[in-house]
Design a protein around this ligand. Structure first.
Ligand code: F6P
Length: 318
């Protein structure tokens, strides 16, 4: 294998550039060529390539976002779109592909593998909702970004004895919300994986009030409901006057933490080396601090579970 390509797909995440750099520099180290594909699967269909030599990935290690840009691609989910992409790669003598993205991106990667294209996935998403890895690239940075904002909210909440609802990202998973809740000492966390009763939540808020809790933070995963909707339900059901802050897209930006830079570097290098030795249809995972390979089928189709230990801590340490 002399020439491979790398692309970023789905929601961007801090650390993706470190992974791109690691793929490219591992190619250089092994005297192989690396091609960057712009705009994810859209660029794969369009043949929108840039050469990634040593210099091209210089100075990006600590930059947020992705120099290759990303996009969600409807075209790629069609047989014709994938065929065009495969033909373009063959014309460019690209013999393998590293896909950096989330579970949705791995569905497309699996289809490419099934069509005979050597593909290795690298889990890059702030959601951490990918089975086969303890952490995805960007999750640690997003947690720390959100934590900084939540601790600022706690200052004003305690000054005014207020109830705050903080809506965080996570598409349909509660990993971000749960980690932020434990890290910030939030009183409650609401996640899509667990059933929500507004009445039960109001009862808990009453108990908090009786415990003379001067202020309360609820971390709400966006996949459950919007923060404003929860505010209205708490008002209607329990007469609570909550303030709402939606953290939104700031959780996707910023310079990656050292954890994410190291994780991305390890995963990117291992992905390139896995292609070189003929692996395909697998995703790189970090399991108990070891680099492992997991079937892409599992990575995109299996529902990853929240930690019962962390869920218990939110309750126990309230
Ligand atoms: O998948 C990462 C993520 O940031 C989710 O947490 C969020 O719900 C989604 O992307 C937002 O998607 P988009 O950037 O397409 O609006």
């Amino acid at each position: 294998m002399k020439r491979i390509a790398v692309l970023t797909s789905g929601g961007d995440s801090p650390g993706m550039n470190a992974a791109i750099r690691a793929v490219a520099r591992t190619c250089v180290y092994n005297e192989k060529e690396c091609i960057g594909v712009m705009r994810g699967y859209e660029g794969l269909i369009d043949g929108d390539y840039i050469p990634l030599d040593r210099a091209a990935v210089g100075g990006i290690l600590h930059r947020g976002g992705t120099i290759l840009k990303t996009a969600r691609s409807e075209r790629f989910m069609t047989e014709q779109g994938r065929r065009t992409a495969i033909d373009r790669m063959a014309e460019a003598h690209i013999e393998g592909l590293v896909v950096i993205g989330g579970d949705g991106s791995f569905h497309g990667a699996k289809l490419l593998h099934d069509a005979g294209v050597p593909v290795i996935g690298v889990p890059g998403t702030i959601d951490n909702d990918v089975a086969g890895t303890d952490e995805t690239i960007g999750f640690d940075t997003a947690v720390n970004t959100a934590l900084e904002a939540v601790m600022r909210l706690r200052d004003t909440a305690s000054s005014h004895d207020r109830l705050f609802i903080v809506e965080v990202m996570g598409r349909n998973a509660g990993f971000l919300a749960l980690e932020i809740a434990v890290a910030s000492g939030a009183e409650y966390v609401v996640v899509p994986e667990l059933p929500l009763s507004i009445g039960n939540l109001c009862q808990k808020l009453r108990v908090s009030h009786e415990k003379k809790k001067s202020h309360t933070l609820i971390i709400l995963a966006e996949g459950v409901m919007r923060g404003n909707d929860m505010r209205d339900k708490l008002q209607d059901t329990g007469g609570y006057d909550a303030r709402v802050t939606v953290l939104g897209y700031i959780q996707r930006g910023g310079s990656p933490t050292s954890f994410d830079v190291v994780l991305a570097s390890r995963m990117g290098a291992y992905a390139a080396e896995s292609l070189f030795v003929g692996k395909s249809g697998m995703m790189i995972g970090n399991m108990n601090h070891r680099m492992v390979l997991t079937d892409l089928e599992r990575a995109w189709s299996e529902q990853k579970s929240l930690s019962p230990e962390l869920l218990g801590l939110v309750e126990k340490l309230n």
